[in-house]
Design a protein around this ligand. Structure first.
Ligand SMILES: [Cu+2]
Length: 291
């Protein structure tokens, strides 16, 4: 007996299936198609991106392989063991030991194989190297402070900083092809430092020193954001990343020095009054929205 659905319901069903596909195809620019080939990942911009993007693509392949096998087995069982006659009662099997062993062991093997690849990629991505630059990133409600710590691009002893506000988002400058260590801290709540093009994000946790290193590999402007709901104006915690030549990077740092942005700013006016927080900040900066 076939599935009997009213004509109207069937029509709605067909449209429900077709509409998203049509929309997706209709919106395809060249850039979108590029994104399709990376399965919705942004084009990588750091030396750690390739392994993450590759891992993402192969995860889809593995998921599809497992999916096709599972759907195939379901379909096979549905067709092969369908009821052919209303009076028929199928053979009643209580146990099939080989099969039960198989469907216990097979998923364990699948998970172990995935786990191995996860660990490999994690090691690639979090590998620490002796970085040429150190940038102390402060996530504060609700913007970012970027401290370029004793950078060789200046005299190797002077630190300079740039502070954003919810009204005026800050720009982080990075030298292309040179390794950078990011040291993350927060004077208030948990934020998350995320530049999608770098295919990596790390939480910014008060009282905890999170850090990672990476090397930006191509020049350009990239969007950054806070990826942890951190209060009323969380959505304003945007920033830009400009990956520039080492010469331009040095110029930007010199400009900050000239502006008088010298020292290390820890962000947020409450940083020196809240218990348990870092009070070593040399510069006490206030951001819009924090009182
Ligand atoms: Cu935040």
């Amino acid at each position: 007996m076939g599935l009997q659905l009213p004509e109207r319901v069937r029509k709605v069903g067909v449209w429900a299936l077709a509409a998203p596909a049509l929309l997706a195809l209709g919106a395809c620019s060249e850039q979108d198609q590029d994104e399709w080939s990376r399965l919705a990942m942004p084009e990588g911009a750091s030396d750690r991106s390739a392994s993450v993007i590759e891992f993402w693509q192969w995860t889809w392949v593995a998921a599809m392989a497992v999916g096709i096998l599972t759907w195939g087995l379901i379909l096979y069982a549905v067709v092969r063991f369908r009821r052919r006659d209303n009076n028929e009662i199928p053979v009643q099997t209580r146990y099939n030991l080989p099969m039960e062993i198989l469907y216990t062991i097979a998923p364990v093997v699948v998970v172990l194989v995935f786990f191995k690849f996860v660990i490999d990629v994690q090691e690639d991505v979090t590998e620490e190297v002796d970085a040429e630059h150190t940038i102390a990133v402060v996530g504060q409600q609700w913007s970012w402070t970027f401290n370029y710590i004793e950078d060789e691009a200046l005299d190797g002893q002077t630190s300079v900083y740039d502070v954003g506000t919810p009204a005026e988002i800050p720009t982080l400058y990075l030298p292309v092809g040179e390794s950078v260590r990011f040291e993350l801290s927060s004077p208030d709540v948990i934020h998350s430092f995320w530049v999608p093009a770098f295919t990596y994000k790390l939480d910014v946790v008060p009282g905890r020193d999170n850090a990672f290193t990476m090397t930006p590999e191509r020049e350009g402007t990239f969007a950054g954001k806070c990826a942890e709901l951190c209060g009323t104006y969380h959505s304003r915690m945007l920033f830009n990343v400009e990956v520039v030549s080492p010469e331009e990077y040095a110029e930007r740092l010199a400009a900050l020095e000239e502006q008088g942005n010298v020292g290390v700013a820890k962000g947020g006016s409450e940083v020196i009054t809240q218990d348990g927080l870092d009070i070593d900040s040399e510069v006490d900066t206030e951001t819009e929205g924090s009182e």
